[in-house]
Design a protein around this ligand. Structure first.
Ligand code: C5P
Length: 227
């Protein structure tokens, strides 16, 4: 078998990471969650207070990028790589609502994208990778052998995200989650640098009314045809 590159893009909470993780496991590929990288950069900048509810210091953010080192460390028990920011495990903290509310602003900065895209391309240069995000099939790996574009209705996605957060024990309000999903969709697809758009050669998957298993079987078949 030859190793291929699998790019999975789509709006927030479309179940990209669930499919990507399963696919990577099944194929023995590496899984990379690029959203976690943007979230980790955002968390770093929030701790420095360059980013907060009423503050966004783009210049300071750009100046501090060289002080950020990101890596994934495989967790045997979880079966995927956890996000490390300067050698600290931030896997949990980067999923907090506060980070979700700021991440799309930080991700719109071209210098931030340049740094992360370079690292992502480096991670994928041996192929045998499943990467999910917003610009993987368009910018990071435009030559990926398989590109998937996931969609689902806004309500479905907000509900999934809400259930996920609740299950983790977070105190969240459904309307707040819904608003965040809408805000990020809007910002991610209208930004100037690498907006979220479907690549011409991507396969679109609307999973609003599709079970996880059914969807996975379909995707696995498409992937195996390419290998
Ligand atoms: O995938 P996730 O929802 O965790 O991503 C968080 C945010 O990171 C997105 O809303 C988007 O602003 C940004 N992102 C991005 N490009 C990627 C992955 C994520 O801009 N490739």
């Amino acid at each position: 078998d030859k190793k291929i590159t699998i790019a999975i893009d789509g709006f927030s909470s479309t179940g990209k990471s669930t499919v990507a993780k399963k696919l990577a496991k099944e194929l023995g590929y590496v899984y990379v969650d690029t959203g976690a990288m943007y979230r980790a950069v955002t968390l770093f900048m929030m701790r420095k207070v360059f980013v907060s509810e009423g503050n966004f210091d783009e210049e300071a953010i750009i100046r501090h990028l060289p002080f950020i080192s990101l890596s994934f460390e495989f967790n045997e028990k979880l079966g995927f790589g956890e996000m490390y920011l300067n050698d600290e495990n931030v896997e949990k903290e980067i999923r907090y609502m506060e980070v979700s509310q700021q991440v799309s602003k930080v991700s719109a900065i071209p210098q931030v994208r340049k740094k992360l895209v370079e690292q992502q391309q480096e991670m994928g240069k041996e192929k045998g990778i499943v990467m999910d995000g917003r610009d993987i099939g368009t910018v990071v790996f435009p030559d990926a052998e398989l590109k998937l574009f996931m969609t689902a209705s806004t309500q479905t996605r907000a509900q999934r995200r809400y259930d996920e957060l609740k299950e983790r024990g977070d105190e969240v309000d459904f309307d707040e989650v819904l608003q965040n999903v809408k805000d990020r969709d809007y910002m991610d697809s209208t930004r100037e640098d690498s907006p979220l758009i479907m690549a011409d050669d991507a396969v679109e998957f609307d999973n609003s009314n599709m079970g996880l298993d059914e969807q996975f079987e379909k995707i696995l078949k498409i992937a195996k045809d390419k290998i």
